[in-house]
Write a new protein. Sequence first.
Length: 165
Amino acid sequence: MDIIQVVGYKNSGKTSLACKLIEHAAKKGFRTASLKHHGHGGVPEGISDTDSEKHKQAGSLISGVEGDGVFQLSKENWTLDEMIQIYEWMQINLLIIEGFKAYSFPKVVLISDEKDLELLDKVENVKAIIARVALEKNAYPFPVFQQHDYNGICKWLEEQLKKKA
């Protein structure tokens, strides 16, 4: 399974980019999935005050609920590796991870302004930059795209996936 991380600071366009990449890959026939880090603190909405949460509080290590074809799992202290194993079990070709900056999967880094460039020194395995500001493209050892160049970004992603195929 190929993994691409989309990282950047708050309101940098991570979700918009992830959606474009997912849409493009799915149209090209890749079994594509996503995983988002809830970086706003607290438990993501939709988990608290549910029967499955009561099961978890009663001692269930993992609590699941299904309704109308949607299956949700709740577990304390998921590791990224555990979550990725679920996606592998589901035979996904491409996993788009939004966030989880500390992990070293291949990354697309979003830069909103010049001060965000320090993020490039804080993360590993950068494969491309997507910027709202003008950057010298030859100053980096990886491609630099302007934020709304979705065609260029999607073409780049497709080339990356073909190299691994």
